[in-house]
Design a protein around this ligand. Structure first.
Ligand SMILES: [Zn+2]
Ligand SMILES: [Zn+2]
Length: 349
């Protein structure tokens, strides 16, 4: 496609950001060009901005959680048409590592991440891989489609793959922002009971109860473990999710476990792991599991659940900002103004 488009560009040598006109990119072999509908603002986008993730390119368009409509097919793309509404996956396998050489692309060890290794979707158009795209069902909005590709898919991966939550499991979730809120909803959908939300803020605790948590407690409550014990009828937690990812919360998560319970670390920070008593951890045969991301097929499964009305994301989009005002959107995520679950960027507003 000829012409120019509006895109956010981050100049990583000076960490300065501009929204400017650049040429519309061309899809290569196996790729498509999409007209971006919406793209979320994720904490990992902020991690590049504040230097916690290393910059891989001197200038890059950020944003890796989007929905859009196909406007051009690259060579070799089959099964897709112009006008199809899609959700791209936010990574490309390297095709070089041990896993890729074995054909296990989903477990690529050097996954190239959209918005880090190649241009993302805080732009009017984006080039994405055809492999791994999900078709957006007719009854699913493009706003909800966009957030599936991380804000909901990462919790889905944590609940289904790493945490293996099953019918009747007692589940607790530390940190009820974008990720934790969706873990609460998905654990409930998986048949967990009770589902306990834990956070520091009253308004967020209230929201967790509204969204289906059976109980919600303060993480700094000195009686937290007693309350978890009461809520579970004395059996404690089968699967504890730490969506905060700091020493204090992960230690609480491990300490809350029943025999053979597992603690799943979803949030990330630069801190060291402190799992509490080694004796208790061993006696209770507990497990501590790290989690990262999702598989492309998870987006497809979530789209099916949304299509069937099993998953309610009506409160998940907290606000939409025009691309030209991207810095305001980033600010809302950074300051947590209004306790946002997800803020979206609209490149056409
Ligand atoms: Zn993300
Ligand atoms: Zn690889």
């Amino acid at each position: 496609m000829e012409g120019t488009m509006l895109a956010q560009r981050l100049y990583t040598d000076t960490m300065t950001m501009k929204v400017e006109e650049i040429p519309i990119p061309q899809p290569g072999h196996g790729q498509v060009l999409i007209k971006v509908a919406f793209c979320g603002i994720c904490h990992s986008d902020l991690s590049l901005l504040d230097g916690n993730f290393p910059a891989q390119l001197p200038v890059i368009t950020q944003g890796h959680e989007c929905s859009g409509e196909i406007v051009e097919l690259g060579a070799g793309v089959v099964g897709w048409d112009i006008g199809d509404r899609v959700i791209p996956t936010s990574g490309r396998p390297c095709f070089k590592c041990r896993q890729c050489r074995r054909g296990n692309f989903a477990d690529c060890q050097h996954l190239q991440l959209m918005a880090f290794a190649y241009d993302g979707a805080w732009a009017q158009y984006a080039v994405v891989n055809a492999a791994g795209m999900t078709r957006v069902p007719d009854n699913v909005s493009m706003e909800h489609a966009a957030i599936l590709a991380d804000a909901v898919a990462t919790p889905f991966g944590a609940v289904k793959r790493t945490g293996k939550v099953s019918l009747g499991n007692a589940v607790a979730v530390w940190g009820l922002g974008g990720v934790g809120t969706h873990i609460v909803q998905l654990a409930k959908l998986a048949g967990a009971y009770p589902v306990i939300g834990i956070d520091v803020k009253d308004s967020i605790i209230e929201r967790a109860l509204d969204l289906g948590a059976d109980y919600a407690f303060h993480s700094d409550d000195p009686d937290l473990l007693e309350k978890i014990k009461d809520a579970t009828g004395g059996r404690m937690i089968d699967v504890a999710f730490d969506a905060v990812g700091i020493q204090a919360t992960f230690k609480q998560a491990i300490t809350s476990l029943d025999f053979e319970g597992r603690a799943v670390l979803v949030g990330l920070s630069g801190q060291e792991i402190d799992g509490g008593s080694i004796l208790q951890f061993g006696l209770k045969r507990n497990q501590a599991l790290g989690h990262l991301g999702y598989r492309a097929v998870d987006i497809y499964l979530l789209a099916e659940l949304l299509h069937a009305g099993r998953l309610d994301l009506s409160r998940s989009v907290s606000g939409i900002v025009p691309l030209r005002e991207i810095e305001r959107g980033i600010d809302i995520v950074k300051t947590k103004e209004g306790d946002p679950i997800r803020i979206l960027v609209d490149p056409w507003a």
